[in-house]
Design a protein around this ligand. Structure first.
Ligand SMILES: Nc1nc2c(ncn2[C@@H]2O[C@H](COP(=O)(O)OP(=O)(O)OP(=O)(O)O)[C@@H](O)[C@H]2O)c(=O)[nH]1
Length: 224
């Protein structure tokens, strides 16, 4: 399932592909739009899946990202979810802290992600409890989410409000991107050391050519 990273066709730059999953109305689009534009709109079209390609700056480096925002209605179908989590570098699973059912749906998604991981691999995932501005109607405790997230490999809990905490969406996506960048760096195969003789210092190359030339001349003059 984990690809490490994916290359855009015709580009040498690495693209990190992130998918955003979660039940209907939990604020997936609001979080993505907040991260990419810093704006919060009260209504978002939710008729189809959207994919955003952007260059973003993480730790003073420009990185290419592709974010797929899946519509909540579709995540009820395990085969659809399975197709979305293949060849993905990172996942954001969102629930609303005001809606216990959306939290249970998020845990089901984490089960599916774990189930479909290739043996010995895991995809960095952030479990996001959104809408913390609606504290008075909270149904999911942050402590429960923290405990549950620890049951899944490479899964980290966070909370946010796309509505009232303008920087939180960036914190979420950037922490995931940092994990993906570190993971890719740790997978890089170290370059093989080339020996000095093979590489050929100018002096060695000159000596080698001189020796070959002298042997060639000797054989031509019949003195060899
Ligand atoms: N109070 C509050 N409302 C939010 C927050 N985030 C999103 N909303 C509202 O919740 C509703 C649903 O937000 P969306 O971003 O469309 O949710 P979604 O998860 O993308 O929904 P689907 O596309 O149906 O899957 C909208 O009315 C948003 O304005 C938040 O942090 N706090």
């Amino acid at each position: 399932m984990m690809t490490g990273n994916s290359q855009e066709k015709g580009s040498t730059k690495t693209t990190y592909h992130i998918v955003v999953l979660g039940a209907e109305g939990v604020g997936k689009t609001a979080l993505v739009v907040r991260y990419l534009t810093r704006r919060f709109l009260s209504e978002y079209a939710s008729t189809e899946e959207s994919t955003y390609n952007r260059t973003v700056n993480v730790d003073d480096k420009n990185v290419q990202i592709k974010i797929t925002d899946v519509i909540g209605k579709s995540v009820k179908q395990p085969s659809y979810v399975r197709s979305k989590i293949q060849k993905i570098d990172g996942i954001v699973v969102v629930y609303s802290v005001t809606d216990r059912r959306s939290y249970e749906a998020a845990l089901n998604l984490l089960d599916l992600i774990r189930l479909h991981a290739r043996p010995g691999t895991s995809t960095p995932t952030i479990l996001v409890g959104n809408k913390v501005d609606l504290e008075h109607i909270r149904e999911v405790d942050a402590d429960d989410a923290e405990k549950d997230a620890s049951e899944y490999p490479d899964c980290f809990p966070m909370e946010s409000s796309a509505a009232t905490l303008p920087d939180e969406a960036a914190v979420i996506f950037e922490s995931l991107l940092k994990k993906l960048i570190n993971k890719r760096d740790s997978l890089k195969v170290p370059r093989r050391k080339v020996s000095v003789v093979l590489q050929g210092s100018p002096k060695l190359i000159r000596t080698h050519i001189k020796r070959r030339l002298s042997m060639f001349n000797k054989s031509r003059n019949g003195t060899l």
